[in-house]
Design a protein around this ligand. Structure first.
Ligand SMILES: [Zn+2]
Length: 306
């Protein structure tokens, strides 16, 4: 599998979820092995940011990349889900206004945009981070369990005591062909939380145009849901986007239960801190792995250690 970029420069704009202001993006093709590079324009010129779980500074409302004031970009997850969902490896993203426009609360607009730009297959093979050992990451009953798998498979379940949600489960084996199954699933929130956020000066751009909003009885959006299980599909979309904060595309099977941006980021940091759990590899080429960073203790030493 070869790396991909977009064929030509393309731009878009829309409302920022946090500020409510109009924010703009320019996407530009990038050379192979460049990765995804954000150029964040602030008062002090443009700063460069690359996906890195350690550089995720806030996960309360959406995922924010960047630690410094003026060099951050908020609400990256739906855009990055489209990037990974379509298999884009290399691209420059110029960000004006400090956040990614919320659009309709899903990745659908970005998918359409990259479709208009067209995708270019490059010469270099895709480099990935392949999960090599099973692991389970758990916090207060919520969890992410991983195991080796030659692809990116997400099996997600959620449980909300609400008449419109309840227990939902969806499984996606991610490819550019299957990504539309989750790409148009919108973010969702509860009216009481939205009102509290507004009073705190947050989510100023949030509205029924870019989120499914629920009160205690049901969905407030006049058009209703796009699919009955739109909620769990959006959780998968968020996981795809948040997992794109890992520097290389991850390859593995992921079982998620009631995940959110915070847990997703903690999990990625756990992977970063435990390089024995994964290996750099060339996609579709099982032999090309870096050697293990540690080896089991010899028998005698193990006996002493015990
Ligand atoms: Zn989301």
């Amino acid at each position: 599998m070869q790396q991909r970029s977009i064929k030509r420069k393309i731009r878009c704009s829309g409302a920022g979820l946090h500020s409510g202001r109009r924010v703009g993006l320019v996407f530009r093709p990038a050379a192979e092995n460049s990765g995804i590079i954000f150029h964040v324009k602030g008062a002090h010129g443009a700063r460069t940011l690359r996906p890195d779980p350690e550089l995720v500074s806030c996960t309360c409302l959406a995922t924010t990349l960047g630690l410094e004031e003026g060099a951050r970009v908020s609400t990256v997850e739906h855009l990055m889900a489209a990037v990974r969902g379509l298999g884009i490896d290399n691209m420059h993203i110029d960000v004006e206004g400090g956040e990614i426009p919320i659009m309709d609360g899903s990745a659908a607009v970005f998918v359409r945009l990259f479709g208009e730009a067209g995708l270019r297959v490059q010469d270099a093979p895709r480099r990935v981070a392949r999960i090599r050992e099973s692991a389970r990451f758990e916090r207060e009953g919520k969890y992410i369990a991983v195991e080796p798998y030659d692809g990116f498979l997400v099996d997600c379940s959620i449980s909300f005591p609400h008449p419109s949600i309840g227990a939902q489960r969806f499984c996606l084996n991610l490819t550019p062909e299957t990504f539309p199954e989750v790409a148009d699933a919108r973010t969702f929130g509860f009216l009481r939380d939205v009102e509290a956020l507004r009073e705190s000066g947050l989510a100023l751009g949030g509205s029924l145009d870019n989120a499914v909003v629920l009160d205690d009885k049901g969905v407030l959006n006049p058009e209703g849901l796009r699919r009955p299980d739109e909620f769990v599909r959006h959780k998968i979309l968020d996981f795809i986007g948040d997992a794109a904060m890992f520097p290389l595309p991850l390859r593995g099977k992921f079982r998620l239960h009631c995940t959110g941006h915070g847990l997703n980021n903690e999990f990625l940091r756990h992977l970063s801190a435990h390089p024995g759990l994964w290996a750099r590899a060339i996609e579709g080429c099982p032999q090309r792995e870096t050697p293990r960073l540690y080896s089991p203790l010899p028998r005698a030493a193990a006996a002493y250690a015990g």
